[in-house]
Design a protein around this ligand. Sequence first.
Ligand code: MN
Ligand code: MN
Length: 283
Amino acid sequence: MQSFSNNLFADADSDYNTADYVIFGVPFDGTTSFKAGTRDAPQAVRLASYNIETFLPFYNLEMTEIAVHDFGDMFCDCLPENVAAQVEDTVKEITGDSKIPVMLGGEHSVTIGAVRAVKPDWYVVCDAHLDLQDEYRGSDFNHDCVTARVFEVTKNIVIIGARSGCREEFEFARENFHLYTADDVKERGIKAVLDEVGKLICDAKLYLSIDADAIDCCLTPGLGTPEPFGLTPSDVRDVIRKFAKNAVGFDYVEVLPNDSGQTAMAAAHLTREFIAGSYVHRN
Ligand code: MN
Ligand code: MN
């Protein structure tokens, strides 16, 4: 029998029952404020994943050793609060079966349902934006409201890479969160920042969310709300390598695959980094 390709994430060959990690796409971009199109990201990231060797030299690990299942893409409702509920249901099912959810957005609002499902001690996010609007353009589930909704679940929030938001958002974030701007990371180095955050979090459980626009848009331009002066893909990889062991859930959101594929390729690599980094600490 010959091998045939499918459109699921590369090496996500396990069936659901035996899988330790469950990938699913949420192709929703109903509240995007600048450029639309992040609904196309899950398939673009999966396509990019086939470019990557199964061997990860950093972990001396074959991805094929890890039991990963890919649900495919959710059929999303058109209202963001309903999509949050769909995601919450899905993540509860996955974590209820002692598996780790790996969600591919879609816009950042999809994170709200996942955080509500896992109720982590800590929320660690890489994002250019603070996403602290209580309500935006008629919805409190807008992708600009994510951190405000997460703050209702956990008060322990770390934001890395921020550089865009209004004065009130920055004042609130400095007062209530552990905020590391992109300038802080450039000034101190990502390793020093992560050492400091690691001492705060220790062995506590966290939810790790990567908004693709944390990375400088001059490096990965496929973004709905692009911002220059950001993190590098290596910085984000360091964040994932540091905290994958603590994470009870992971997402990669806000890729808009209208570039030459750089942004989806970084997303595919970093999603695999998460799965591998988590796996080596569980086994
Ligand atoms: Mn965001
Ligand atoms: Mn953002």
